[in-house]
Ligand binder design. Structure first.
Ligand SMILES: *Cc1c(COP(=O)(O)O)cnc(C)c1O
Length: 355
């Protein structure tokens, strides 16, 4: 029998950067502070909404997520045509890339930033242009200089994953003034609900004045629905329409739509949990600094320790003590803010590690 040839794939696929997920927790007894998840389980009202949807899984979901769009439209005071739900903000990011940047186009973002950006950019055939952070923050000056005729999309991760640092209003507006209007600027606000610095702009206010700005939000972090995969874009009609054209039909499941709606309805209760986590972030930051660590000001649900070559060793020490944190090469370690008990254990290990 002749050898079966392997299927022909895109020549560049085998060389694409991969998304490296955080390791799975070996047991329920470890504290998983490695994936920026919300430590609190879904509210009973959200579980009830999901249960009700279970009875209908023989039917396709509403492909336009219309009820969710209506609720979001009311909550954010933006027209329904400006809202596009998707399979997590990651799914929406991929659809935005499809809509805006193909072969030969450049996608600009800070580095280090969210791990998925290089993978999604290259997988779409576009070229990632990564501008180094400066003092753990977006270097918007350097990013403005890096714009070329081929730049199609700029992603500003605000607050930035994994450093937690946030871009402020004035610097963002000055940056946007310098970016040509034909370049799409995406504000990835996956952690928006954790922001307590009034100088950090709300992307939904910024986009209103700027046709080339789109905002990404998610139910994965503050709302605690990471496993369901639902997020959305807020964008002006030409961008929103292109996004819908590039999306996988029926991507957002009925269960996800129902849970997202129930979460919006339970907003005050859920945001109370967010306030607890924000207070814990302050406590963890203080505790680490008191112990001698250098910790950038975080506006997200995690903190960043630039450990350099010691990142792996620190991660192993945490794991040995039953806490999972997230190392990034030999750059640093990101630690998610968990429930108070987990944070206490983290502070203990981190304190001991420096002595
Ligand atoms: C977690 C995260 C997301 C992913 O959100 P999903 O809605 O779960 O896809 C997007 N952007 C950033 C910066 C994140 O950290």
């Amino acid at each position: 029998m002749p050898a079966t040839p392997a299927p022909r794939l895109r020549a560049d696929v085998s060389g694409l950067p991969r998304y490296v997920p955080g390791r799975a927790a070996p047991s329920d007894r470890v504290d998983k502070l490695s994936s920026n998840e919300n430590p609190y389980p879904p509210l009973p009202s959200v579980v009830a909404a999901m249960r009700e949807e279970l009875e209908r899984v023989n039917r396709y979901p509403d492909p336009g997520s219309r009820a969710l769009v209506t609720d979001l439209s009311d909550a954010l005071a933006v027209p329904p045509e400006h809202l596009v739900p998707g399979t997590g903000s990651l799914g929406v990011t991929r659809d935005l890339l499809r809509a805006a940047a193909g072969e030969g186009d450049e996608v600009l973002f800070a580095w280090r930033s969210f791990e998925a950006y290089p993978q999604l950019t290259w997988a779409n055939g576009a070229t990632a242009v990564q501008v180094p952070l400066r003092a753990e923050r977006h270097d918007l000056e350097a990013m403005a200089h890096a714009v070329t005729d081929r730049t199609r999309m700029i992603i500003v991760c605000n607050p930035n994953n994994p450093t937690g640092t946030a871009v402020r209003r004035g610097e963002l507006e000055r940056f946007l003034d310098r970016v040509p209007g034909h370049v799409l600027v995406v504000l990835d606000e996956a952690y928006r609900e954790f922001v307590d610095d009034p100088e950090v702009p709300d992307g939904v206010q910024v986009y209103r004045e700027r046709p080339n700005v789109a905002v990404l939000r998610t139910f994965s972090k503050a709302y605690g629905l990471a496993r369901l995969r639902v997020g959305y874009a807020v964008a002006h009609p030409p961008v929103a329409a292109a996004l819908r054209a590039c999306a996988v039909p029926f991507g957002v499941s009925g269960i996800a739509q129902a849970a997202a709606r129930a979460s919006l309805a339970a907003g005050p209760e859920l945001l109370e949990r967010v306030r607890t986590l924000v207070a814990e972030r302050a406590r963890v930051t203080r505790g680490l600094r008191t112990a001698g660590w250098i910790v950038p000001d975080s506006q997200a649900n995690f903190v960043w320790l630039r450990l350099g070559a010691r990142a792996r060793a620190f991660t192993d020490a945490c794991e040995a003590a039953g806490i999972m944190v997230r190392p990034f090469g030999d750059e640093g370690v990101r630690i998610t803010i968990g429930a108070p008990g987990a944070n206490d254990r983290l502070l203990k290990i981190a304190g001991d590690w420096l002595v």
